[in-house]
Design a protein around this ligand. Structure first.
Ligand code: PLP
Ligand code: COI
Length: 355
């Protein structure tokens, strides 16, 4: 499909796609198109919408051999008034540039990243879940080294690709407490490595631990810092936070976790809600004194943690299977801001103009 056809198709399709919006999982659903920009001969092209779900790629591309790739994740929502908005896209643009620079890839300029998000979301408007369904349009930007190299060195050509897909909750329980286990046998990242950026290798490194946790009946695991094995880093796809007995929002300070945009937002909301947020190293044995625990991220939103198992001990936070009041209040406030039900006082939403 050509770009014009892709746009026309979604313009025609003023009606929403025929999906069971309230029961979507966090998985891939085909949409009308994705968008691709190429960096070649020292400059980015104008980008093109494509209906093709596959990529022709050089067999010696650096993303395939040497892991030169990074990605992002953000969400679009429909407001009650029917507008489509994306949450804090500028922060994702900046984080992708940081990830790119850290593994010597060409960082897409912030304006180009935002334009790409606007174009691909606009072209897939009918896949933005209706307001009130609890679902969202997940936006997955991907930057890959496409230039051919055989020696270990950075590529000279790159592709920025963005696909979108409507999703429900990351953890299938939705806003229900999940059980986590502390992982001590696998390090997700190295102390001076790339744990603070969103590169695919970090996720490959986490697969063994994540799958082992799931096999034991846990939703995922919590990683400790690789150097001391004493401080909490984060969980597989999300940052960690806790509420102390005296109602403070505490979240780990660490060079080996991904700086979560959701967490950054929750810290601001926590401050407004009188939860005196603290970002500091969090020792693992503090899990026995926390009142509430949660994970946060674009996909996970806020996922309340019902229990943490560490060695032979299990600390339970939600004995009756219901999230605590602070996690619930933070979740509701964040969701209401994201879907435009509360005024956007922080300037976190960007309306996608129809093109
Ligand atoms: N930590 C990891 C490892 C993640 O993959 C994610 C998801 O993006 C997060 C934290 C949460 O970050 P954000 O809130 O920006 O989605
Ligand atoms: C996100 O929350 O956007 C993520 O990237 C987490 C996970 C799906 C990898």
């Amino acid at each position: 499909m050509t770009e014009a056809a892709a746009r026309n198709r979604s313009a025609d399709a003023s009606k929403k796609a025929n999906l069971d919006w309230a029961h979507l999982s966090f998985g891939y659903t085909k949409t009308d198109c994705n968008i691709r920009y190429t960096f070649r001969d020292g400059r980015w092209d104008k980008g093109v919408l494509s209906a093709d779900e596959t990529l022709p790629i050089h067999i010696a591309a650096t993303c395939l051999h040497y892991g030169q790739e990074c990605f992002e994740g953000l969400k679009a929502f429909e407001t009650k008034a029917g507008d489509v908005v994306v949450f804090r896209v500028e922060e994702n643009a900046r984080r992708m540039a940081r990830s790119a620079r850290k593994i010597l890839m060409e960082p897409p300029p912030e304006e180009l990243f935002i334009e790409a998000v606007e174009r691909v979301v606009d072209a897939n408007r009918r896949f933005v879940p209706p307001h009130g369904t609890g679902a969202a349009l997940y936006i997955r930007p991907l930057l890959i080294g496409t230039g051919a190299e055989v020696g270990v060195k950075p590529a000279s050509e790159y592709m920025l690709l963005i696909f979108v897909t409507p999703v429900g909750p990351y953890f299938k329980t939705g806003f229900k407490p999940v059980d986590l286990i502390v992982e001590e046998q696998v390090d997700r990242t190295a102390p001076l490595g790339v744990g603070d950026v969103k590169v695919g290798g970090n996720y490959a490194a986490s697969l063994r631990a994540g799958m082992a946790a799931k096999k034991k009946g846990f939703a995922d695991c919590i990683y400790l810092d690789a150097k001391h094995k004493r401080y909490i880093d984060e969980s597989g796809p999300a940052n960690f936070f806790a509420i102390t007995q005296d109602d403070r929002y505490v979240t780990p300070e660490s060079h080996t976790i991904l700086p979560s945009i959701t967490n950054m937002s929750l810290i601001e909301l926590a401050r407004e809600m009188g939860l005196n947020p603290e970002r500091r190293p969090v020792e693992i044995d503090e899990i026995f004194s926390f009142k509430e625990v949660g994970c946060c991220g674009t996909a996970a939103v806020i996922t309340p943690v019902g229990s943490i198992t560490w060695r032979d001990r299990k600390q339970v936070y939600c004995p009756d299977g219901v999230a605590g009041p602070r996690c619930t209040a933070l979740y509701e406030r964040l969701r209401e801001i994201q879907t435009g039900d509360l005024p956007d006082e922080h300037g976190w939403l960007r309306r996608i103009p129809p093109r």
